[in-house]
Design a protein around this ligand. Sequence first.
Ligand SMILES: Nc1ncnc2c1ncn2[C@@H]1O[C@H](COP(=O)(O)OP(=O)(O)OP(=O)(O)O)[C@@H](O)[C@H]1O
Ligand SMILES: [Mg+2]
Length: 252
Amino acid sequence: MRAVSCPRSAALKAPRIRQTAETLAKQARAEGWDYEAYLAAVLSEEVTARDSHGGENRVRFARFPQVKTLDDFDFAFQRSVKCDEVMHLAQLDFLREKKNVIFLGPPGTGKTHLSIALAVQAARLGYRVQFATAQGWVTRLAKAKKQGRLDEELEKLGRIPLLIVDEVGYIPFDPEAASLFFALVSSRYERSSLIVSSNKTFSSWAEIFGDPVAVAALVDRLVHHAEVIVMRGEGYRLKGEGKELLEGEGRN
Ligand SMILES: Nc1ncnc2c1ncn2[C@@H]1O[C@H](COP(=O)(O)OP(=O)(O)OP(=O)(O)O)[C@@H](O)[C@H]1O
Ligand SMILES: [Mg+2]
């Protein structure tokens, strides 16, 4: 049998089976399923996933700025992220376990790309997902609060298994925004997942939110059950237009 590898082209040739077979096998072993039951479960996940209509609707519902996929991501360029680790996340155990994924790193290193790619994967596999920037979520919650329906809005969002919160820290929050953001994170704690990305380290989040005590509580909830992926290196945006600016670090 061929070892599972992670080059780009091989990564998603049979994406759903690759992603569900292992997870379901674990469940099958734990629950003593027979071979038929296991096979039926794997095939049924595949059939559900192939309901491309539903998948495409969910991708539309997500309001991604652009659709990105794991297949489009060049792991040879972004060497600080392990392909295997990302492919493992793409199996979506984190979603089933109500955990978070956090991407931290400088501009252009692929945080938004990977956030969207994981969420597209989730949408295609049947989960509702929704994308907005941190500012976008706060604006939405501020509007709900003004209309006296903040709790209702948080509950509604809580029924969406995965929210992507992009660009935390690009614009500092005033105290009202910080408290709405905290409400969002704490309402989902251990109940539903977030994928968060930021170009600031957690230690600089106090400046964004203004209140170190609230930030400690926020980060505590975010990372308690989370995969934190720290991206490094040059931004991909410079790759085409400014190759001369990048001093070759062994990249092709
Ligand atoms: N390793 C990569 N392989 C292929 N495309 C990439 C890679 N890294 C980034 N890109 C592309 O480069 C552009 C910038 O990436 P992305 O938006 O994900 O960066 P970011 O880390 O979110 O940056 P910012 O902090 O500025 O928001 C996107 O078009 C993305 O698809
Ligand atoms: Mg981004």
